[in-house]
Design a protein around this ligand. Structure first.
Ligand code: HEM
Length: 288
C-alpha cells in the first residue's frame, strides 16, 4: 500500500515494526476484551457508558450510520483498534511534550516558578496536593501554560488542511482544494502579533485579554481551531494544567546541568534532549 516502506525491508526495521505492531495489537485486543466483558450481553442497558472505550466497544459490529440504508459499513475490531491507537498517539505524546516544555521554561525563569508556587500555596496550601477542582482558581498557571504553548506548540504546523472554497486573504488568492499548512510556531513568535518581547517567556502578557487555547483568537492556535481542531482540546489542557501544577506544587526543582532548550524540529516538536532535573519534595506532609 505504501511502496516507499519497501525500503525498510533491507534495514531490519520492518521486522522490528512487525514485532512492535504485534505487541500493540495484543495490548489493544486485551483492552477490547476487558471492555466487552464489562459491558456484558445487554449493551443498551449499560448506558450512559463510563468511559470512551466503553462507548466505542458498545458500537462493535454495528453499522457506522444506522440511518443510512445504502451504506452498510460495519464497525469492526480493526476500526476500534485504529481509533484507540489514534487516541493514544495523539493524546500522550502531545501532553507530555507540552508539560516538559512548560517545566523547562519555568526552570529558566525562577521569577515565574516562584510566582506559580506562590499561587499554588495560596489557593491549594502546602498540606495537600492539587485537585482538578482547584484548576479554575489557578489563573497564573493558566497563563504559564498558554505562554509555554505559544513558544512551543507541539505541532508547529498543525495538521495539513484542505480549503473548501476559493478565497482571497490579504490580497492572496487561495483556490478551493489547496493544501493549507498553518505555521502556528512562527505566528507564536511574530513581533507584529506579540510585540517586541515575542521571544521572551512572559506569562503576564495574557492578563486582561480574551486569548484562549481553543483558537478563538487566531494568534494562539496550539490545538488548531474550529471544526477540524484537536478533539482533545478539553481533555488536553486539563491534563497539562493538573500535572504541571502537581509537579510545581509538590517539588522544588534544581538543574544539575546547564539547561539545553534545543528543539527537535519535525511534524511534532519535542525537546531535542531529555530534561535532566533534581526534584526535592516540598509539601508539609511527607507521607503523600
Ligand atoms: C496538550 C495536548 C494536546 C495538544 C497540544 C494537541 C494538539 C493538536 C493539534 C495541533 C492537532 C491538529 C489540529 C489542526 O490541524 O487544526 C491535533 C489533532 C488531534 N488531536 Fe490533539 N492535542 C493534544 C491532546 C489531545 C488529546 C488528549 C487527544 C485525545 C483524547 C487528542 C486527539 C487528537 C486527534 C484525534 C486529532 C486529529 C483530529 C483530526 O484529524 O480531525 N489530542 N491535536
Amino acid at each position: 500500500m505504501l511502496p516507499f516502506l519497501g525500503e525498510l525491508g533491507s534495514t531490519g526495521l520492518a521486522r522490528k515494526l512487525k514485532r512492535l505492531s504485534k505487541i500493540l495489537d495484543k495490548f489493544l485486543e486485551k483492552i477490547i476484551d476487558e471492555h466487552e466483558q464489562a459491558l456484558g450481553s445487554n449493551r443498551e442497558e449499560q448506558k450512559p457508558h463510563r468511559n470512551f472505550v466503553l462507548v466505542i466497544v458498545s458500537l462493535l459490529n454495528k453499522p457506522m450510520n444506522p440511518h443510512d440504508k445504502e451504506q452498510e459499513f460495519i464497525i469492526g475490531r480493526t476500526n476500534i483498534k485504529a481509533i484507540m491507537l489514534d487516541m493514544i498517539v495523539a493524546a500522550l505524546d502531545t501532553s507530555t511534550t507540552t508539560i516538559e516544555w512548560a517545566l523547562s521554561e519555568l526552570l529558566r525563569h525562577p521569577r515565574v516558578m516562584f510566582g506559580l508556587q506562590q499561587e499554588l500555596e495560596t489557593v491549594v496550601g502546602r498540606s495537600k496536593m492539587v485537585e482538578e477542582s482547584d484548576l479554575p482558581k489557578l489563573t497564573y498557571l493558566d497563563m504559564v501554560v498558554k505562554e509555554s504553548l505559544r513558544l512551543h506548540p507541539v505541532a508547529p504546523f498543525l495538521v495539513p488542511h484542505e480549503s473548501m472554497e476559493d478565497i482571497m486573504i490579504d490580497g492572496y488568492f487561495i483556490p478551493k482544494k489547496s493544501q493549507i499548512i498553518v505555521n502556528t510556531w512562527s505566528i507564536g513568535r511574530d513581533p507584529d502579533v506579540w510585540s517586541n518581547n515575542a521571544e521572551e517567556f512572559f506569562p503576564e502578557r495574557f492578563i486582561d485579554n480574551n486569548i484562549d487555547l481553543r483558537g478563538h483568537e487566531f494568534q494562539l492556535t496550539p490545538f488548531g481551531s474550529s471544526r477540524r481542531g484537536c478533539p482533545g482540546m478539553q481533555l488536553g489542557p486539563i491534563t497539562v494544567h493538573l500535572i504541571l501544577a502537581q509537579l510545581v506544587h509538590c517539588f522544588d526543582w534544581e538543574l544539575p546541568v546547564e539547561l539545553d532548550m534545543s528543539e527537535k524540529f519535525g511534524h511534532s516538536m519535542p525537546r531535542a534532549n531529555p530534561l535532566l532535573v533534581k526534584a526535592t519534595y516540598r509539601l508539609l506532609d511527607k507521607r503523600m
